[in-house]
Design a protein. Structure first.
Length: 414
């Protein structure tokens, strides 16, 4: 028994040893396989990712003067256009200050609401001409409904006994504050030497500014026949309803025949605006660059022109996957400096399918009579030749998130 027991025990121990060895070998093979797959997927190259220029810059807090432009330069530094790659076509839409609010009604009002929004669609195409001259053509539209307040006053009604006539008036007041600017943009970047480039941006800007109030009353009338007993409400009310001239009243309301408009501002004008830029490499490797911009140099005939600006900026790419930028801007006629700073990290892979991702973050401070601070965050996704970007710009003023800026874009490089 003892011998058999020992033999059995020895056999079991041997079996366990063999199983343990085989199990370990199997696990090692699985681990090596998983490791190889991960290496094939993760060991990729880091490189800047194409993005819509407006959305990318907004995601980086609006810092752009020292950044290389690999997209379009209809918003950034046109001197950076010498770095544009291939052909780029991009469309974008910015939506912000989206707000609908029911306001308290005042005396004599039955409705008081406010609506505001700002929409800015854009499209551009960019490429290199020759060896290093970059060009871009674009179109930008900026529609800003700063505030529209709709008020409906209490209905005033009367019944004229002798004429057997019912009449009512409901005054509707629309207060508006409207701004729109649109026009084409042309940018050009030219290299003076391998480490220094200049650029120009020419914009044709058509501006419209409107402010005022539109009054449109809804006037209803009804005349009934003599056979109706005016002292019997069960007969009088149906007679009035049946004889209301509703269609005619609605047509007159739409055409504004009974209304009037109080105009505070009605301005429009078109003109050319010129921006100049310069960009230089500060390091032999080209990882650090500095830029200089002069904005809004010529704005004759443009309604409510913007003040000229001087901006200095620096951009750095310490790693192929990391970009950072800082701008200091002086608005002529205003005290203080505007500050814009931001960063971007990106990752791109080529195994199995071409893809990439970029994450951006930035901060902007506007020095004016009312200091404004904005925090931004953005993301970019790449699948093959398609590129999508999103940026959220949130004012740091305690306003609700619905008033934040939302920017979407789609870009194709071919």
């Amino acid at each position: 028994m003892h011998t058999d027991s020992l033999g059995l025990k020895g056999e079991n121990m041997l079996s366990r040893k063999v199983y343990s060895f085989q199990h370990s070998k199997t696990e090692n093979c699985k681990l090596k396989t998983v490791t190889c797959v991960l290496c094939l997927f993760l060991c990729q190259t880091f490189s800047p990712i194409l993005a819509n220029e407006a959305v990318r810059l907004a995601g980086m807090g609006g810092a752009f003067v020292g950044l290389y432009s690999t997209e379009g330069a209809i918003f950034g530094n046109p001197a950076g256009l010498i770095n544009v790659q291939a052909n780029n076509l991009s469309v974008a839409l910015s939506a912000k200050n989206l707000d609908y609010e029911s306001l308290p009604t005042g005396e004599g009002e039955q409705l008081n609401t406010s609506l505001s929004f700002r929409l800015s669609p854009s499209i551009y195409y960019s490429r290199i001409i020759g060896s290093a001259v970059g060009i871009s053509l674009g179109y930008v539209d900026d529609l800003d409904n700063r505030s529209s307040v709709l008020k409906i006053e209490n209905t005033e009604a009367e019944y004229i006994v002798d004429e057997r006539k019912f009449a009512s008036d409901t005054d509707t007041v629309l207060e508006y504050d409207f701004f729109r600017e649109r026009g084409p943009v042309f940018s050009l970047g030219y290299p003076l030497n391998p480490r220094l480039a200049i650029g120009i941006r020419l914009k044709y800007r058509h501006r419209i500014i409107k402010e005022g109030a539109i009054h449109r009353p809804l006037h209803l009338e009804a005349v009934h026949g003599e056979e109706v007993n005016r002292n019997d409400a069960t007969k009088l009310l149906p007679a009035i309803i049946d004889n209301l001239e509703i269609e005619d009243a609605i047509d007159r309301f739409k055409e504004g025949k009974d209304g009037h408009e109080d105009v505070i501002a009605d301005l429009s004008g078109s003109g050319l605006d010129l921006d100049l830029g310069m960009q230089a490499q500060l390091s032999a490797s080209g990882n650090v660059s500095a830029g200089f911009m002069l904005d809004h140099l010529t704005q004759r005939r443009i309604v409510d022109p913007e003040p000229s600006r001087i901006t200095f900026g620096i951009g750095a790419m310490p790693k192929k996957w990391l970009v950072a930028a800082l701008d200091l801007q002086k608005v002529l006629g205003n005290s203080g400096l505007n500050v814009n700073l931001g960063w971007e990290v990106c990752y791109r892979w080529q195994r199995w399918f071409s893809g990439g991702i970029a994450i951006r973050n930035g901060f902007a401070h506007e020095s004016s009579s009312e200091a404004k601070d904005n925090l931004s965050i953005g993301i970019g996704l790449v699948l093959g030749g398609s590129h999508w970007d999103y940026t959220l710009v949130k004012p740091l003023d305690g306003s609700p998130i619905r008033k934040a800026g939302h920017m979407f874009s789609s870009t194709t490089r071919f």
